[in-house]
Design a protein around this ligand. Sequence first.
Ligand code: DOR
Ligand code: ZN
Length: 343
Amino acid sequence: MQKLTLTRPDDCHLHLRDGAALKMVLPYTVQQFARAIVMPNLKPPVRSVEDAAAYRDRILAAMPAGKRFEPLMTLYLTDNTSPEEIIAAKASGFVKALKYYPAGATTNSDFGVTDIRKCDRVFEAMQEVNMPLLLHGEVIDVDIFDRERVFIERHLVSLQQRFPNLRVVLEHVTTADAVQFVLAAENIAATITPQHLLFNRNILFKGGIRPHFYCLPILKREEHRQALLKAATSGNPKFFLGTDSAPHTRNSKESACGCAGCFSALHAMALYAEAFEGENALDKLEAFASFYGPDFYQFPRNTEQITLIKKTWRVPDEVPFTESGLVPLGAGQEMSWQVAESE
Ligand code: DOR
Ligand code: ZN
């Protein structure tokens, strides 16, 4: 196959940052995606409808001229989020979900939830108004490779029993355990990133430590990657595209205490095409990228299209960013698909 035309996809999990960084990364997403679910972990986080409205305005102001793109906003759950904020969020029309970060789990999560039980009144309100909950599904007090599995056992099973009608996205799933849980659960879907489809944890240490493959949840064993590939290419609508593209400057990644996050917005659709082609499942890419996300969120599907063409190119070592450059996922590697420029 030399050419692949798809309904324009949506990125159901994206970090766009703010200020100069936002301006530098937004065009890559806009070139490929019609909409994105925008993560709220700014400094300070997007906690209220008012914060989200202001952030949305800044995103729209940073748009490349003549392009169309819809940022779908989320609020950051804290111990103090009120049920009233949920009702206001629903009424706003532009806030589409609430994001749960366990306090201390990842980048800018200091304001996160200290005990998920503290959110029960908020979950009640979300269930009531049909507002999805997006989970960074990790606990922080066990081995880094077990954090997702233990989150499911310790919190998610009971959350689902307490709020059976709450719609939940288990974000950036990384394990066979998560896949198995999502398959069996009602009202729960999952996003899958390109890095978790393309790499296992060995890449982190291949020939030396490689900080640009460090993200959270961390890459896992090959058997988990295989389970994710199988889920993503299965045609099951519970699994859909969310890049978790999370840009950090080269300096903050290549550091004694480097930040977590892979930058994939540059070439997200090419990365997914690579993964799906490896499974002989390019025919399953459109639904994963363009149908199942909006279906779960209860948005209309996009009607425009994008075209991927078979073409060998090399991922740049770096693209311009802020104080230092930005290193894309798989920098220097050859890719075999490219998104055709839209007019
Ligand atoms: O690797 C990650 N980077 N995981 C997250 O959960 C947050 C993200 C970021 O914002 O940099
Ligand atoms: Zn994320």
